[in-house]
Design a protein around this ligand. Structure first.
Ligand SMILES: Cc1cc2nc3c(=O)[nH]c(=O)nc-3n(C[C@H](O)[C@H](O)[C@H](O)COP(=O)(O)O)c2cc1C
Length: 171
């Protein structure tokens, strides 16, 4: 086991080691969608999504400050969390790519406020932006959940720097 700590002798955590450590926490994969200032559909792959509160219903995700999508999410009054199904690795990669039209060939329907809901996802949470907080090189966006949809199927998972499928174990 490699032990890495922030003591006086080693004040900085190595970012590669930190990524590797954080990568051992397996998550689902979402695409967060919103409308840009000109009303154009925007979306970004994010696995920082997490539940926050049941009453009131709040969720949270974080976006890199240097993201080209930063202004969209900072200014959008609402966004949707599209939770990807296990057959949507292509969608995840597409919405994590730069220099492409991320929505080209992607089927979606308009949700509340016209925010895109990508077809074929496991679940959707349609949110209004409740608050945002600085978090180092990211910003935390807290969403108030206004409408949800849940479908049958298995979610896509992400861990150890790669995509995973989930399997239910006997209790
Ligand atoms: C599985 C996965 C999860 C990601 N999660 C996040 C995230 O939570 N927050 C974030 O800012 N970027 C995340 N990214 C990176 C963005 O999807 C995207 O690749 C990057 O922001 C592209 O640069 P741009 O935002 O400047 O277009 C993730 C990428 C992948 C593949």
């Amino acid at each position: 086991m490699t032990v890495i700590s922030t003591d006086a002798a080693s004040p900085a955590i190595d970012s590669t080691a930190l990524r590797r450590c954080l990568g051992s926490f397996v998550t689902g994969v979402t695409v967060i969608t919103a409308l840009g200032e000109d009303g154009q559909a925007e979306g970004i792959t994010a696995n920082s999504f997490s539940s926050l509160s049941l009453d009131p219903p709040l969720i949270v995700w974080s976006l890199r400050l240097s993201s080209r999508s930063f202004n969209t999410y900072k200014n959008a009054a609402r966004f949707a969390v599209n939770i990807l199904a296990e057959d949507q690795v292509g969608i995840s990669n597409r919405f994590a790519s730069s220099g492409v039209d991320r929505f080209e060939g992607v089927a979606y329907t308009p949700g509340l406020g016209g925010v895109p809901l990508i077809k074929g996802c496991i679940s959707y949470l349609e949110c209004s932006l409740e608050a945002s907080y600085p978090g180092g090189d990211h910003v935390l966006f807290v969403g108030r959940v206004e409408r949800i949809h849940t479908n049958e199927g298995r979610p896509l998972a992400y861990g150890g720097g790669g995509y995973l499928t989930v399997q239910t174990l006997e209790a």
